[in-house]
Design a protein around this ligand. Structure first.
Ligand SMILES: Cc1ncc(COP(=O)(O)O)c(C=O)c1O
Length: 398
């Protein structure tokens, strides 16, 4: 007899829980794609998105997942053969480099492993050595979803500046937008890419590219092709070219709703503060479980952890046991191991804690994990949920 009835929860780092009011916003007939609401809404969506990343630059929306935004960023700015440096500290940062290589860019990785943030000093060294300016772009992920490390974007910018290098600085905020603080203009980011299905609480299907004048100027010569070209999407006065064809009406209604929730109602500072507290609650629980030795946080320095996802190292096989039990018996879907050498025996799992979350959802996920360990005799320290509760309660008291 199963206890697994009731509402399931996605606790993977995207796609995340889509709020009911966002689902409801989509629950309507198709709108006219030539005039009316969709036409009027497009500028509004772009303006709102720019508030999320804090830029006065340009924004473009694509009907695509994150891979689409990756391609758009590099294809709009670089030419075949151009050299780029990829700061790799996990599956996704490396993958962005692999995608770039398929477009015949000359990709150099600086590999920081699976448990370290990107060291700005090493980047500076590489850029200083590039005396004839061969490197055209530096690609980094803000929060690496596989290892859950968070790169210090302002420090990486400072390294580029210290080297006196002119390379474009491109940042993947796919797992961090709406979770970790991100200030595109203040931090000197030239191109930022993101997608809707994580902190942005939307169904999979939209991705976003933000760029400044410098990145736009770099376009000269680049041939992104009609669909990926960001010019019309960001700047056209005509509606149809802005979407390079039929606009995704239902996705637009969903995005409008989430942006209203984030920008107009909760406010970005509060969104970031909520994620910061929730992440600390998750870490507090894992640290207590870790006392028994079967698992531990992958990123040891709290200042270098992503706020939307937590990667947990376990003894071989333990991650698999926890993940399967939570899925089959508790209705909680946890993130699998990604990018680690022993993925086949699953000695890592990930908790996604991004987007539409409150205390009972977070405590429910942590409670399910603890129950999975009790049920399967997996050693764990006692008092993890109390430790998480103390962090959450302190936030409530602010
Ligand atoms: C940091 C990061 N970049 C890129 C991607 C790729 O996005 P998508 O799977 O939507 O193509 C992901 C997906 O999880 C991600 O977490």
């Amino acid at each position: 007899m199963s206890l697994n009835k009731g509402h399931p929860i996605m606790a993977i780092p995207g796609p995340t829980v889509v709020p009911d009011r966002v689902l409801n916003a989509m629950h309507r007939p198709s709108a006219n794609i030539y005039e009316g609401e969709l036409v009027e809404m497009t500028d509004h969506l772009l303006d709102q998105l720019k508030k999320v990343v804090r830029t006065d630059g340009y924004a473009a929306i694509y009907l695509a997942n994150g891979h689409g935004a990756w391609e758009a960023a590099i294809k709009n700015t670089l030419n075949e053969g151009d050299k780029i440096v990829v700061l790799s500290n996990g599956f996704f940062s490396h993958k962005w480099g692999e995608v770039a290589a398929t477009h015949k860019f000359d990709v150099e990785y600086i590999d920081y492993g699976m448990a370290s943030d990107a060291d700005p000093a090493r980047l500076e060294e590489v850029l200083r050595a590039d005396t004839d300016g061969q490197i055209k772009a530096v690609l980094a992920v803000q929060s690496e979803t596989s290892s859950s490390v968070r790169n210090d974007i302002p420090a990486l910018r400072a390294a580029i500046d210290a080297a006196g290098h002119d390379a474009l600085f491109m940042v993947d905020c796919i797992a961090s937008l709406g979770c970790d603080r991100f200030e595109m203009d203040a931090w000197g980011v030239d191109v930022a890419v993101s997608a809707g299905q994580k902190g942005m609480m939307n169904p999979i299907g939209l991705s976003f590219v933000f760029f400044n004048e410098k990145a736009d100027a770099a376009r000269a010569g680049a041939n992104p092709g009609q669909y990926w070209d960001w010019t019309d999407r960001a700047k056209s006065k005509s509606f149809y070219p802005r979407w390079s064809g039929s606009p995704p009406g239902h996705h637009m209604f969903a995005l409008r709703e989430t942006l209203q929730m984030m920008v107009d109602e909760e406010g970005m500072e509060a969104v970031w503060a909520r994620h910061a507290t929730i992440s600390r609650a998750v870490w507090a629980a894992v640290d207590v479980w870790a006392e028994a030795g079967a698992l531990a946080l992958n990123i040891t320095d709290p200042a270098k952890r992503a706020t939307g996802v937590t990667t947990i190292n376990t003894s071989p096989g333990v991650a698999h046991k926890i993940r399967r039990w939570c899925q089959d018996e508790a209705g909680v879907t946890l993130g699998n191991s990604l990018g680690f050498p022993l993925d086949e025996v699953e000695d890592h799992f990930r908790i996604g804690h991004m987007g539409h979350l409150n205390i009972h959802m977070v405590m429910g996920v942590l409670g399910a994990i603890e129950t999975a360990m009790v049920a399967q005799n997996i050693p764990h320290g006692a008092g993890a949920l109390s430790a998480a509760a103390r962090v959450l309660a302190a936030h409530q008291a602010i």
